[in-house]
Design a protein around this ligand. Structure first.
Ligand code: NAD
Ligand code: IPM
Ligand code: MN
Length: 350
């Protein structure tokens, strides 16, 4: 049996609740394929910060690097100043482990009701390739004359040729492997002219190597509109870190809700462990009540299996989710009931 060393970071709020269900389903799927996970759990997040003032001790980060993958719930808590955990833990891992691709599928499963009128499963099937290590997330900038009437806060968007090209290459390869072979660059090159022109030029240059992929461009404001009124326009979308953050929450909303949206922070080179997590956050408003939908986390586990080469096991989880969603109706189930049902549906596929 192949054994995968998996680091688990349940995190804050609903994080631990959804991660428990993700692991439950993962174990069943893996066991059918002679695949075993040895998990080490890391108690990072609000509790550790309150106790020690640390978000990610260097020694823990070195240990995490020794794993094949990381499975994360969510971080962020109302008792911790905004950004401390988000930057100090989540973004630090994305940056230090070079997760330059943030892969976020947006698809409407059959039977799931979209808030968009007259839209069915065939109309929403896209893959958002969000850049993960640069843009306005880079942390460049600062504050001058703080607290004075002349205070200035700058938050620079960092776009390197190297960083843009590698994520654009990844997106083209994905587009070329999908039936529709379409790639849309989403940016704001009419205003963010320096960065926008770089992205456009790189897409054009890399695109020349992919004549079979049709290339399209949308400003991010228009793309936000088209996600809602013409989602069928999009196949693969490549975009900068912040635009990708925003449009994938829109993507989640049109495809059945944030409780279904999965993601993978990928280091395609394999130098560092990739990290899999739902798109949603720690949802403090429903934490501890068994109300969170673990499906996004379960689908993130499937993305992880696929990344680890266990493609069939990944398909089984996706089939289980698809079957569950098809028959879901309006019955209310707890987080763990949904996890049990999904695990049973994986088991029943043998
Ligand atoms: P959120 O995604 O946590 O919640 C937004 C809304 O969606 C809430 O009403 C919540 O109840 C609901 N929701 C989220 N996940 C759900 C699920 N699985 N099932 C059912 N409903 C669900 O976003 P927010 O409220 O903007 O942020 C809360 C905290 O989470 C903040 O500290 C934020 O920084 C952090 N955050 C972390 C991550 C992450 O760890 N990747 C992502 C986003 C936000
Ligand atoms: C996400 C989150 C994070 C982001 C925050 C919590 C740093 O919103 O994973 O989508 O902005 O990337
Ligand atoms: Mn987000």
């Amino acid at each position: 049996a192949r054994t995968v060393k998996l680091a688990v970071i349940p995190g804050d709020g609903i994080g631990p609740e959804v991660v428990a269900e993700g692991l439950k389903v993962l174990e069943v799927a893996a066991s059918q394929y002679d695949l075993a996970f040895t998990t080490s759990e890391y108690e990072l997040g609000a509790k550790l910060w309150h106790r020690t003032g640390e978000t990610l001790p260097d020694s823990v980060e070195s240990e995490l690097a020794e794993h094949e993958a990381i499975f994360l719930g969510a971080v962020g808590d109302p008792s911790v100043p905004s950004g401390v955990l988000e930057r100090g833990l989540l973004l630090r891992l994305r940056f230090d482990f070079d997760h330059y691709v943030n892969l976020r599928p947006v698809r409407l499963f059959p039977g799931v009701e979209s808030p968009l009128a007259g839209v069915g499963a065939d109309d929403i099937d896209m893959l958002v390739v969000r850049e993960g290590t640069e843009g306005p997330y880079a942390g460049a900038g600062g504050v001058l004359r703080k607290g004075t009437p002349h205070e200035v806060a700058t938050q620079d968007s960092v776009n390197t040729r190297f960083g843009v090209e590698r994520v654009v290459r990844f997106a083209f390869a994905k587009a070329a492997a999908r039936p529709r072979r379409k790639l849309t660059l989403v940016h704001k090159d009419n205003v963010l002219t320096f960065a926008g022109e770089l992205w456009q030029r790189v897409v054009k240059e890399v695109g020349a190597e992919y004549p079979e992929v049709s290339v399209d461009y949308c400003h991010v404001d228009a793309a936000s509109m088209f996600f809602v009124n013409q989602p069928g326009r999009f196949d693969v979308v490549v975009t900068d870190n912040l635009f990708g953050d925003i449009i994938t929450d829109i993507g989640a909303a049109i495809a059945g809700g944030i409780g279904l949206a999965a993601s993978g922070n990928i280091n395609p080179d394999g130098t560092f462990p990739s990290m899999f997590e739902p798109v949603h956050g720690s949802a403090p408003d429903i934490a501890g009540q068994g109300k969170a939908d673990p499906t996004a986390t379960v689908l993130s586990a499937a993305t992880m299996l696929e990344h680890l080469g266990a493609v069939e096991a990944a398909r089984k989880i996706e089939n289980a989710v698809a079957a569950d969603l098809k028959t879901r109706g309006h019955a209310v189930r707890s987080t763990s009931q949904i996890g049990d049902d999904l695990a049973a549906r994986v088991a029943e596929q043998g």
